[in-house]
Design a protein around this ligand. Structure first.
Ligand SMILES: [Zn+2]
Ligand SMILES: [Zn+2]
Length: 453
């Protein structure tokens, strides 16, 4: 650890006295003058630069794959910070390198896309941006409804701190500005643009997500899987069409499809170990055209979630077995059994390297404070495309969360007030200052911990 965070016992008590009644964030006793200095530097940078930059990004969100202005601004910011910047990697992706002597290479990623959501947060800097949706061709409102504006603003803050303190670390820092996370396309596109071949393969890969469900500024890190792996599955069911009043003359794909939907529920309930998370959701069921016609086909669309390959195998093989055999139960001939199509566009689970997670957690506790670091397991099975950077070949990685909602908002919600809006909601809002500054601080501490010769 370099000077800006090195333990210096002679000044700890002095520091504690000096800052005891100041407005600085309250942290652990173990914090040193250097840690306080880092916080002060980040706070000052927020006032002078990062706050306005966040405001700019929040007002100007761009849809996945269309992040041209965001990427261009990020390139300018990172170049100004002293990084060697390459644009247009995997579409609108940006890679910024800072080589600083011998040592490991560490990658930090920030995703930059917004969502087709109309902002109704009521904030003064609410987005009124629109773009032509590349999927539908319609003009749609765009909003940073997932907080990726926090990620990119923090990345700039991290770049500026790391470049200003090159005597405190040794190695190579790789900053990744990633497009199209919301469509889980960007990380893969950057990898397929020969990312490691062109810029080198990092020894460690890091990322964080701001979390509306966590208290502003808190760092949450687990040794498990913060994000699930996801598969997209289609089940095509064939039937024999008939008059609705003569069901015996046909094979009803609506009834068969319904049986398949219910039978699929047994996969998680009866085949996965009860402590093993998994999800099989049939999100779409399409069949038929009229009240009194038995259709000749049905189409189910599923999302299937896992946190490891063993679970994935049980679920995907189970879906195939159930769908095909329910066709046999319905008396369909072998050449008409339901067809299960597993999309190649799957996402592996995000799995934190346990040793690395423990190491960073210890560094955060030491330099930021135990009260600021939590270890809450993830409750949902949301997916991320970050693992495209960290698997095949495997790179030790940690993905953490930075809380983005003030404590008072949770207390108000618990007392029956306005609920805290979730990510992707039109009401979504992050309190940027604690989220961005802690995003920078946690990243700089993590990088300083890893970047040593
Ligand atoms: Zn999102
Ligand atoms: Zn997100």
């Amino acid at each position: 650890m370099g000077n800006i965070m090195r333990n210096s016992f002679t000044i700890i008590s002095f520091t504690a006295l000096l800052f005891a009644s100041s407005a600085l964030p309250v942290s652990s006793q173990a914090q040193t003058l250097q840690d306080q200095t880092l916080q002060e530097m980040i706070a000052q940078d927020y006032d002078e630069h990062l706050g306005a930059l966040f405001d700019h990004f929040h007002r100007n969100p761009e849809l996945s794959l269309l992040e041209h202005k965001t990427a261009a601004r990020m390139a300018v910011e990172l170049r100004d910070a002293g990084f060697d910047v390459t644009e247009g990697v995997g579409g609108t992706g940006v890679v910024a390198m800072l080589k600083n002597g011998v040592g490991p290479m560490v990658m930090m990623r920030a995703d930059m896309d917004g969502l087709p959501v109309e902002e109704k947060s009521g904030l003064e800097n609410a987005s009124v941006a629109t773009q032509s949706d590349p999927i539908t061709g319609n003009t749609v409102p765009v909003m940073h409804a997932c907080g990726h504006d926090v990620h990119i603003t923090s990345l700039v803050g991290t770049a500026r701190r790391m470049a200003a303190n090159t005597d405190e670390w040794s190695g190579t820092l790789m900053l990744i500005v990633q497009p199209a996370e919301e469509r889980v396309l960007g990380a893969r596109a950057m990898r397929e643009d020969n990312l490691w071949l062109r810029f080198g393969k990092p020894d460690y890969a890091l990322a964080f997500h701001v979390a509306a469900e966590n208290e502003a500024g808190k760092i949450n890190v687990t040794e498990g899987s913060p994000y699930a792996g996801a598969d997209t599955v289609d089940i095509i069911i064939k039937g024999v069409g008939a008059h609705g009043a003569s069901p015996h003359a046909g094979k009803d794909p609506v009834v068969l499809g319904s049986q398949i939907v219910l039978a699929l529920q047994t996969l998680v309930a009866r085949e996965l170990s009860p402590r093993q998370p998994g999800v099989v959701t049939v999100g779409s069921f399409h069949a038929g055209s009229k009240h009194n016609i038995i259709s000749d086909s049905a189409h189910l669309q599923l999302t299937v979630r896992n946190t490891n390959e063993a679970t994935r195998k049980i679920l995907l093989e189970g879906i195939e077995r159930i769908a095909v055999n329910m066709g046999r139960v319905a008396g369909l001939p072998e050449d008409m059994l339901p067809e299960v199509i597993i999309s190649e566009e799957n996402v592996p689970p995000t799995v934190n390297n346990p040793e690395l997670a423990r190491r960073l957690r210890a560094a955060w506790i030491e330099h930021i404070g135990a009260s600021e670091v939590t270890e809450q397991p993830t409750s949902g099975m949301g997916a991320e495309d970050f693992p495209f950077f960290t698997v095949d070949p495997d790179i030790a990685s940690v993905y953490w969360a930075i809380g983005g909602t003030p404590k008072e908002d949770f207390e108000r919600a618990a007392a029956g007030g306005e609920p805290v809006p979730s990510h992707h909601s039109p009401l979504f809002k992050i309190t940027p200052r604690p989220a961005v500054t802690r995003g920078v601080e946690s990243t700089v501490v993590a990088l300083m911990t890893l970047l040593k010769d």
